[in-house]
Design a protein around this ligand. Structure first.
Ligand code: HEM
Length: 482
């Protein structure tokens, strides 16, 4: 990709191999380069060398608004994502897929949540019992790493509303979906290192698609075909008709959306978007809760107790958990998914209002992490303050009508993006994470193995993940029944 001209560079030197050297150093340093660029060139454009590509970075409300508003045939979300995860070799070419799932996730899933909530809670209970409770040593403290168990809990819970029982509990199905995201990201990062002309060759050996698809097909085909058969037999309305994502596609999709291979592929991709984003965000939050038992665990447990005693395990109860909402939002500010958000590929030349000219083929992104650490927006930004967004005077208001809720996006809060492509799954993820946290608080006492220490973030280029090797200590509590 051609290097853009006259845009200030941060992090890379000059000289014949500057780009390649910076590419290697970016694995460790990209976050710091973006932070430095943000401070020097706030509200304009600068560029950094990311692992494979030069990346243009914007900051400040004016330019982020222009990034948000640019149509997809000018600055494309899908094409940028395709480069980011090398989708031709990892997810398959999904650019022709109808965007049906986006609307279904945003509206149908969110609207159906009150009715689906009892089954969600049932799945959380069953999944935590299998993944954690049954592995505890009686009533003693037990030490364990939690990233993998939590990923499986998130996978099961999400799939209770994606495909329902019994598939959501099938261990092979869970394993396929949990592994697929990791396989996609690892393969993408390897494939990215090769020049374009070698990618088809390398991709053929590195691609996780055929293996994953073959396994998924073995586990899912009979289940999906049986559901299709029932739908055809009963028509639109039937007793015990499942209320899940698979059924919504069968009801609303075009003929090509309903073909079994297309359904399998779409479900794998939906899981790709849903599981790790949620599991990693939840793990970050949990580490803070476990590291500060008095400040967070007791305060949140008290809130959960008050809310559940009045409203039971319901969707409205999750909306009343304001301190919990604040802690999860602070987690997204403090850690998020990485240094950048809203990455777009220029499909044609584009000029920002500050005069910066972006050439067709260049990647542009917003400096989300640096924005979240800007002291003029968030006082004492380096401090994790779980109740930063909590305001007791707002207790009676509707969740979505207020700023500073976990799901509210803005130019200052970018972990879910903002605008047209802002994560449509965030409403679901917010409820899922609150229900999981409420469950853990009511069922376990928790602390970190190294008491009081929040494990360090692990960075890889622009991405951040919680330390998988960190271990927590858990002990069964006498759970209250609500
Ligand atoms: C804490 C959890 C999550 C985080 C932090 C997150 C974050 C994001 C981000 C940053 C984007 C891209 C925004 C942009 O570039 O403008 C996105 C897109 C998307 N997310 Fe999420 N996500 C989460 C959970 C989920 C879940 C649970 C689902 C599904 C149920 C989901 C489905 C999607 C989809 C379908 C898109 C693509 C939207 C489009 O094409 O316009 N996400 N998400």
């Amino acid at each position: 990709m051609a290097e853009p001209a006259q845009i200030p560079v941060v992090g890379a030197g000059t000289g014949p191999f500057a780009g390649q050297l910076a590419s290697m150093r970016s694995i460790k340093s990209l976050k710091d380069w973006v932070g430095e660029g943000y401070r020097k060139y706030y509200s304009t454009v600068f560029k950094v060398r990311a692992f494979q590509d030069w990346q243009l970075i914007v900051s400040g409300p004016t330019l982020i608004d222009e990034l948000r508003k640019a149509p997809d045939d000018v600055l494309s979300f899908r094409e940028a994502t395709a480069i980011g995860i090398q989708s031709d070799y990892t997810l398959g070419d999904w650019r022709d897929e109808t965007p049906l799932h986006i609307g279904l996730v945003k509206t149908r899933l969110t609207r159906s949540l009150p009715g689906l909530f009892p089954s969600v809670v049932e799945e959380i209970d069953a999944a935590f019992s299998d993944e954690i409770t049954n592995k505890l040593h009686g009533n003693e403290w037990t030490t364990m790493a939690v990233v993998d168990p939590l990923s499986r809990v998130v996978c099961r819970t999400s799939n209770r509303v994606f495909v329902g029982l019994p598939l959501c509990r099938n261990p092979e199905y869970v394993d396929i979906n949990v592994r697929y995201t990791v396989d996609v990201i690892v393969s993408a990062n390897i494939i990215k290192q090769f020049p374009q002309f070698l990618k088809p060759l390398v991709g053929r050996y590195m691609t996780p698609i055929p293996k994953t698809y073959a396994k998924a097909s073995r586990v899912m085909t009979e289940f999906i075909d049986e559901r299709k058969r029932q739908s055809e037999e009963h028509g639109k309305n039937w007793e015990d008709k499942p209320d899940d994502f698979l059924q919504w596609i069968l009801d609303a999709g075009e003929a090509r959306d309903k073909e079994t291979p297309a359904l399998i592929t779409r479900l794998l991709r939906l899981n790709f978007a849903a599981i790790h984003t949620t599991a990693l965000s939840f793990t970050f939050a949990l580490y803070h809760v476990a590291a500060e038992p008095v400040k967070y665990q007791e305060a949140l447990r008290q809130e959960v107790h008050e809310v559940l005693s009045r409203h039971g395990w319901t969707k409205p109860a999750m909306e009343k958990m304001r301190k919990m909402d604040s802690l999860l939002r602070e987690t997204q500010r403090y850690h998020g998914l990485g240094a950048l958000s809203m990455t777009r590929l220029a499909m044609q030349d584009f000029t920002f209002s500050d005069g910066t000219h972006v050439k067709k083929g260049q990647l542009v992104a917003a400096a989300s992490r640096a924005t979240h650490y800007d002291g003029s927006i968030y006082p004492e930004p380096d401090k994790f303050d779980g109740f930063r967004f909590y305001n007791e005077n707002e207790e009676k208001e509707d969740e979505l009508s207020l700023p500073n809720r976990l799901v509210s996006t803005s130019f200052d809060f970018l972990t879910f993006g903002t605008g047209r492509h802002a994560c449509p799954g965030r409403f679901w993820a917010a409820n899922e994470m609150k229900a999981m946290m409420a469950y853990m608080l009511t069922h376990y006492d928790m602390k970190m193995e190294h008491e009081g220490e929040v494990p360090k973030e692990q960075w890889f280029g622009s991405a951040v993940v919680p330390d998988r090797s960190a271990r927590m200590m858990l002990r069964k509590r006498e759970a209250q029944v609500y």
